[in-house]
Design a protein around this ligand. Structure first.
Ligand code: AMP
Ligand code: ZN
Length: 493
């Protein structure tokens, strides 16, 4: 018997606005699609938060024994500066500014994306397709939408006819907008004059002579509209109907709304059963975003080099911080929040590291089966990781009491406790046992302590070139020195 037959997940479905019992289309199998990054710059911590929520969900589905096909794309073409189909392609713009090939931009930031996610201990998705690798599929979908009378060509560009679509299917069902309001609220922007109505969105754009990212099509040399790639890749790898589609809240409209309209127009049925949206990471009261400069990069967290933080934090501490909030809640990034999470994280790890030394007794003074089910109840309730973590801290208290001889546990319960903690902390939340690796590298600690001492001596002798060299060389080797009031400490990544 698989665990999913016993544990039933409830998912908040944006489409219905309710928590629904999760039932996949094919028993034992889950198809999940998550919109990936546009690879024109380094991912910031806000992006990481959204991807991390779906990494945790992927991990839990796998833990329950589902065979999951998790598709997360790479947007390497078609995403314009402005979501309303105007402006330059984000990747092409970066390439122009840096005088490099667009594919060099794509390569650089795809590598950065993977490196960053690896540091945070993400599992790789099952398939990671790219928009440029699926131009043919996108052209086929456009042809089908035109055939159904829902797309029209003007001057080499093709647009989706939102008002025509809305005559038979409601446009706006996901984001709870209606077309009448959209008509009142949408301004026509420069460059949109080809559209019949400003609500229409681009399926194909004719490339201007200077636009370097271009492909041949029946309508013009050009490039696909941004929303189309996700319809093409999700349909290709998960089918016309699949279980879960995820992304950040900010993608609900227009991106996901347009995905629904395209798939409905093309295939005549709703593409996705459960639409999931992760909430935003904010800083200084505003959404973390590259475009406004209000962001922090993962590497700055690991090195401590950012004005918003007072020290460096290990990737698992930052991961723990983010999972201490529910994925549908706004999370405020603060140094105090990280400090509190760091304390909690090491308290959890310290308890885990003594489990193997605990002595079993005849009986238990703590109901382990009930506690275990509470952990599952929390995660089954729309992946409520803060409640999971609160339950883990109940176990920490209990472990410490056993250690101090104030509580007891039977052999069988000790095994259940250990297996459940390992499953939740490492397999599902995806944390890494940092203290264990650090204590396991005592020799490294000794050597770094010596270098910290030599650096202090160099500083005392005003040999700042030497002290900087020690810090920089250690940083290059993945060891960050953190100067604080209490002296210098170090972290590894
Ligand atoms: P992009 O590369 O801009 O397409 O964004 C990649 C993902 O990060 C999308 O799912 C966005 O919704 C998400 N995202 C962007 N900013 C934030 C933020 N401040 N907090 C959480 N997720 C975000
Ligand atoms: Zn998408």
């Amino acid at each position: 018997m698989q665990l999913y037959e016993k544990q039933h997940i409830k998912i908040y479905n944006t489409l219905s606005g309710k928590k629904e019992t999760f039932k996949p289309l094919n028993e034992g199998h889950v198809g999940m699609y998550v919109c990936g990054p546009t690879v024109y710059s380094n991912v910031h911590l806000g992006n990481v938060r959204t991807f991390m929520s779906f990494d945790m969900i992927f991990r839990y589905l796998k833990h329950l024994g589902y065979k999951v096909r998790f598709v997360r794309n790479i947007t390497d073409a078609g995403h314009l500066e402005n979501d309303a189909d105007v402006g330059e392609d984000r990747i092409a713009k970066k390439a122009r500014l840096e005088k490099i090939e667009p594919m060099e931009v794509v390569q650089r930031y795809t590598v950065d994306f993977h490196n960053t996610l690896n540091k945070f201990n993400f599992l790789p998705p099952s398939i990671e397709p790219t928009a440029t690798g699926h131009i043919i599929e996108q052209i086929e979908i456009i042809k089908s939408i035109i055939d159904k009378g829902l797309g029209y060509e003007v001057n080499g560009s093709v647009y989706f006819d939102v008002l025509k679509y809305n005559e038979t299917k409601p446009y706006g069902i996901l984001s709870k907008r209606n077309v009448e309001d959209l008509i009142h609220n949408t301004r026509a922007l420069d460059g949109q004059s080809d559209k019949k109505n400003p609500q229409d969105f681009a399926l194909w754009k004719k490339a201007e002579p200077q636009h370097i990212m271009r492909w041949p099509s029946p309508w013009s040399d050009g490039f696909p509209g941004w929303h189309l790639e996700c319809t093409a890749m999700s349909t290709k790898y998960l089918g016309e109907n699949f279980d879960i589609h995820g992304g950040g809240m900010d993608l609900k409209f227009p991106h996901h709304e347009c995905e629904i309209a395209q798939a409905e127009a093309c295939n005549g049925s709703a593409p996705v059963n459960y639409w999931m949206h992760a909430n935003m990471l904010i800083m200084n009261g505003k959404k973390m975003a590259k475009s406004t400069g209000n962001y922090i990069l993962p590497n700055e967290i690991f090195s401590g080099e950012n004005e918003h933080i007072t020290k460096a934090y290990a990737p698992s501490v930052a991961r723990f911080f983010m999972l201490q909030a529910h994925y549908r809640s706004i999370l405020d990034f603060t140094n105090n929040g990280l400090l509190a999470s760091e304390k909690g994280f090491y308290r959890l790890m310290d308890a885990i590291n003594v489990i193997d030394d605990l002595k079993a007794s005849e009986s238990s003074t703590f109901n382990i089966a009930e506690w275990q089910q509470k952990c599952y109840d929390a995660i089954n309730d729309d992946f409520n990781t803060p409640i999971v973590i609160a339950n883990l801290f109940d176990a920490v208290k209990f472990i410490n009491q056993i250690k101090e001889g104030k509580a007891s546990i039977s052999e069988a319960d000790l095994k259940t406790l250990k297996d459940t903690i390992n499953a939740f902390v490492f397999d599902i939340l995806g944390l890494v046992n940092m203290t264990k690796t650090e204590t396991g590298t005592d020799k490294l600690s000794g050597a770094v302590e010596l270098l910290i001492q030599l650096r202090q001596d160099a500083r005392a002798n005003k040999d700042f070139a030497m002290s900087d060299k020690i810090r920089d060389d250690l940083a290059e080797a993945g060891i960050q020195l953190n100067d604080g009031k209490e002296g210098t400490t170090f972290t590894t990544n």
